[in-house]
Design a protein. Structure first.
Length: 159
């Protein structure tokens, strides 16, 4: 009897240790990114990296409402709603991008930018982005492999 009870206690300890290890790894992964504070230089630098793209597509001036902003080391992810200063919505039909035939306004989800960034030296670069995407295009294995720490919740089921 003692032998079985000892095995049972040992097994319970192994299961508890494994559970704690899995939870710790899961938490570390889930908390591997931070959101730069409003007014911080890092936040300003990230907005500055995508602003020329937004102004090319939408016309100047453009202001961003930050819906998501995640940074981990030298990579970042943002979901930004573009608007005119003072909160005025952007009429996509009246934008330079639409005039050039680069947009299909009727198929867009508004003036929302989804951006993946990479830091190059001291500068953030918008590596890839979309305007008005209707799907989570970044939940694709090659992108998840490169940007996983900032988009892990979107990459959970990607194989």
């Amino acid at each position: 009897m003692m032998h079985r009870k000892g095995n049972s206690v040992f097994l319970k300890r192994v299961i508890l240790a494994a559970t704690v290890a899995v939870c710790t790894v899961g938490s570390a992964w889930a908390q591997s990114w931070t959101e730069p504070a409003r007014g911080s230089q890092q936040r300003k630098d990230l907005m500055s990296a995508v602003r020329p793209i937004a102004e090319w597509q939408l016309g100047a001036p453009v202001q961003f409402v930050v819906n998501e902003l995640r940074v981990s080391g030298d990579i970042a992810f943002a979901m930004l709603q573009a608007q005119r200063p003072g909160g005025q919505p952007i009429d996509l039909e009246q934008t330079p991008g639409n005039a050039r035939g680069e947009m299909y306004v009727e198929d867009m989800d508004g003036a929302r930018f989804d951006v993946l960034y990479k830091k190059s030296g001291n500068m953030w670069v918008a590596v890839t982005w979309t305007l008005g995407a209707t799907e989570a295009w970044w939940s694709w294995k090659p992108i998840c492999d490169a940007f996983g720490p900032v988009i892990e919740d979107y990459c959970q089921y990607v194989e």
